[in-house]
Design a protein around this ligand. Sequence first.
Ligand SMILES: N[C@@H](CCC(=O)N[C@@H](CS)C(=O)NCC(=O)O)C(=O)O
Length: 220
Amino acid sequence: MHEPARLFGTPLSNYYNKVKIALIELERPFTEVLHLPGEQWPDKGSPSGKIPFLETADGFIYESQAIVEYLEDTTPDHSCYPSSATEKARCRELTQTIELYIELPARRLYPAAFWGRPFQQNLADEVLQEVSHGLRILGRRALFSPWIGGNNFTHADAASWTHLTTVSNALRALKQPDVLSEGIPNLRDYLKHALTRPSIERADNDLRQAWHNRNQKTTS
Ligand SMILES: N[C@@H](CCC(=O)N[C@@H](CS)C(=O)NCC(=O)O)C(=O)O
């Protein structure tokens, strides 16, 4: 029986939601601790100062992928990876492709898209080029039939849903071309299908509620 872990961060964060989906899928008990970027970081929590980080009986763990792998390694009775080493590597390829070549470049637009900072079209043009390149890489491996790697839900779907939703929301907020749907023709269907998974449905509801709370705070 696992001690409940404490997940630090906010449902507004795509990396936080990736870990939260893993916790739910692996049936690990956990509580959520609201911890916003900009607050003073706990000394032990996250050496990078970023969220998410997880407090476990073994100490604090940061970096979402390290947390996911830790949860896999310490949950002997469940897994969100295929059993074969090659298939597992495929899931990690997909996750890294999305994070390094799509989410990371797109992240440069989040201050303008989500936090009211000034928008620069030349920055957006650069980002769109980089994201389109990332989508071409992703297209060489991703199946989206119905899950990103094929028949079964894996951790790569948690990453895919949370990051692609966030990037898509950012581009829409900034009225930029929908390069995601151009690069992944069945993206809409995939994201819709992802919401049939209870873990993703819960993360999505919590995300919407967190935006609602934040918007109410900023308008009151
Ligand atoms: N590579 C990190 C990325 C985490 C990340 O970028 N988190 C964002 C929130 S989604 C953050 O903490 N931003 C605040 C900052 O960069 O200082 C991970 O996988 O955990």
